[in-house]
Design a protein. Structure first.
Length: 229
C-alpha cells in the first residue's frame, strides 16, 4: 500500500472513530397517537393525501373565488344603478395623502375646448375682480369688503393628465352631491378655507370652490354654476 492510500485509510478510520454510533443515545419512542396515525397513513398513503391534503388548497381557492364573486357583484350593481359611480370610475379618482388630496382625471377629450362657467348666485356685495385664463383652466376670484372672505372659483376639463390638489391637513372630508353630480366637501377645522370639488361627467368639467364662507353657502354657490352663453 503506497503512502497516499495509507493516509486516506488513516483519515477514514479517524472519521469512523469520531462518529461511532455505539455511544449515541437511543431514539425517543413515538407517542401512541403518532403510531396510530403512521399505521393509517402507511396502509394507503394516496387515499390519505386525497382526503387530508386536497381540501386545504380547495378551501383556499373556494374562499378566494367567493370573495371575488361578492366584490364583482357589488361593483357591478353599483355601476348598473349609479350613473355617478360610472362617471367616477371612468373620469376621475382621488388619492388621499397625509397633507393633501390629489384628484386625477382620465377622460379622453382630444378636441373639446374648455367652456366658460359662472355662478348665478353669490352672497351680497361679492363681485368678480380677478379673472385668470390659464388655457387649461380658469380661475376667478370674487371679493367683498372683507378680504379674508374672498371666494376662489376654479374649473378645468377632466382630460387625462390633468387634476386638482387640495390641502387636507386641517379638514374633514365628506362625499357630497351638487345637483346630481358627485363631489367632496372639505370642511375646515381651523381658520383655513372650506373647499368643495365636484365633477360634471356630461360636460367633462371639474369644479372647485374655496372660501371661509360656511359650507352650506358654498354648496348653494356650486349648485348655481351654469355655462355662460
Amino acid at each position: 500500500m503506497n503512502d497516499d492510500l495509507l493516509i486516506r485509510q488513516a483519515l477514514l478510520d479517524a472519521a469512523l472513530a469520531d462518529y461511532n454510533t455505539a455511544d449515541l443515545p437511543e431514539a425517543p419512542s413515538f407517542s401512541t397517537k403518532y403510531l396510530a396515525w403512521e399505521r393509517k397513513f402507511l396502509r394507503n398513503p394516496q387515499a390519505f393525501a386525497q382526503r387530508v391534503l386536497r381540501p386545504l388548497w380547495q378551501t383556499a381557492l373556494r374562499s378566494a373565488a367567493c370573495f371575488l364573486l361578492v366584490v364583482s357583484l357589488s361593483f357591478g350593481s353599483l355601476m348598473a344603478f349609479s350613473p355617478q359611480a360610472r362617471a367616477w370610475v371612468s373620469e376621475w379618482f382621488a388619492q388621499h395623502f397625509p397633507t393633501y388630496t390629489s384628484y386625477g382625471f382620465t377622460a379622453q377629450i382630444p378636441t373639446e375646448k374648455l367652456q366658460h362657467w359662472e355662478p348665478t348666485y353669490l352672497p351680497e356685495e361679492y363681485t368678480d375682480t380677478e379673472f385668470i385664463d390659464l388655457d387649461n383652466q380658469i380661475v376667478v376670484y370674487y371679493h367683498s369688503d372683507n378680504p379674508s372672505m374672498k371666494i376662489k372659483f376654479n374649473y378645468k376639463l377632466t382630460s387625462e393628465g390633468s387634476g386638482f390638489s387640495l390641502d387636507n391637513e386641517h379638514h374633514t372630508i365628506s362625499d357630497i352631491t351638487v345637483g346630481n353630480m358627485p363631489g367632496q366637501l372639505f370642511q375646515a377645522e381651523n381658520d383655513s378655507p372650506n373647499m368643495l370639488v365636484w365633477f360634471d361627467s356630461s360636460s367633462h368639467h371639474a369644479f372647485m370652490l374655496a372660501s371661509r364662507l360656511p359650507c352650506d353657502t358654498l354648496v348653494q354657490i356650486a349648485e348655481s354654476v351654469e355655462m355662460k352663453k
